[in-house]
Design a protein around this ligand. Sequence first.
Ligand code: ADP
Ligand code: MG
Ligand code: ZN
Length: 477
Amino acid sequence: MDYEAVIGLETHVQLKTHSKMWCACPNAFGSDPNTNVCPICLGLPGVLPVANEEAMRLTVLTGLLLNCEIPRFAKFDRKNYFYPDSPKNYQVTQYDRPSTQTGWLDFEFKGAPTGLARVRITRAHLEEDVGKNNHFDRHSGVDFNRAGVPLLEIVSEPDLTSADMAYEYLNALKDVLMRAGVSDCDMEKGMVRCDVNVSVRPVGATKLGAKIEIKNMNSFSGVRRALEYEIPRQMEAVRRGEVLRQETRRWDDEGGITELMRTKEDAHDYRYFPEPDLMPFAPTDAWLEEVRARVPELPLQRKQRLIRDFGLPAGDAQVLTDNLALGRFFEAAATGFKNPKAVANWVINTLAARLAETGEEISALKLTPATVRELVELVDSGKISGKIAQEVFAECYASGATPSSVVESKGLSQVSDSGAIEALADQVIAANPGPAADFKAGKVAALNFLKGQLMKLSKGKANPGMAGEVLERKLRA
Ligand code: ADP
Ligand code: MG
Ligand code: ZN
């Protein structure tokens, strides 16, 4: 029998706020242990939390980015458990009334028939981070700097079907959150963490198999590798006739395997109850409108728009989406212009290479979008050759001059005057009797050599099409 994998992800993302969720301590990475703490985030008795409004905005913004419904009533709950990294012995989260629910994320995935995949989002709710245990030779310590940092938990429906698809989903989610400024999503700073839920079932079955949760992946590629290991493991087990049970497994990154952590019998009962120290969250129309105004054009939308509106190939559109500054420069040059593809070539190849060389920022450039447009016009109208255009570009880049003034002052106009080209052709034929004779004897390739000589003699300014024609006419005469 054939089996298929069913995967749902729970992704935790650190929100990009200045301060923590309930207090004024900085939300900062890399400080000395226990320096960004206060009685509130340490959970001392008698303190009262105050919700960070920006964190609430970023939560709702994420809901909008993920096409979620934003309920007019949400609340906070306590999830009770004991662990040394949790100073309060509970974590504040949103249990049955989250701030966002029932949305979806579309993303590019080669394995999908249309190239686009959709994963439904169950919810994105706000919670607080806990501290971090550090283990030393003979003792352990807890750093509470991260305690109380706002986290978003983004829960997907079990719509993913392969390790690669899970990987692409995570990357797309990250791109969206970074583009909207919700999170920096820096994996190395632990800003994105992900729990993977995976089961297998006979192809075509509708009932889900036993959910196995995997923890401890610290990168997206770790998630993919864990699934590449776990899916065949489960399939082989059920083929052997084993009955899988709900359990939690730990990914061992070095060993490349998952191992049992706990079974359902050891599952916590968190005894959720409403957080009595915080008001429910009831956003007003005006507040929601303010958040809605912060929704940016998302990467996939942008790429699709560049393809549609400018007729660009997907590869160009991707570059101009990934590099937003370059993309904006392109749009400024190409909007309303007849040859956007040529503008894209200049921006993606020549301009990007020059920026990489000099390390300059686009915003600090002397070269303007209008310059690139004018350059394309000069080439398209036959005023200068492509080769000369490179020289003009370099000059415009360095000085900020307009292309026409550079062409003028350096006398770079393409020579399309037939008299001048005839004279050059006569010179070239006289100076190269061997190749000229070769051509007359039927060696067609010799014409290219002679044409090259003519272009050289003209310092690249001769109209190449005319150069070839005139030479050929003279040689055949
Ligand atoms: P819990 O209450 O244990 O957190 P949920 O039902 O809320 O479990 O699901 C948590 C995550 O696991 C979600 O991302 C969901 O899509 C996924 N999930 C649930 N059941 C399965 C299953 N049988 N196989 C794979 N993933 C599943
Ligand atoms: Mg869960
Ligand atoms: Zn604090």
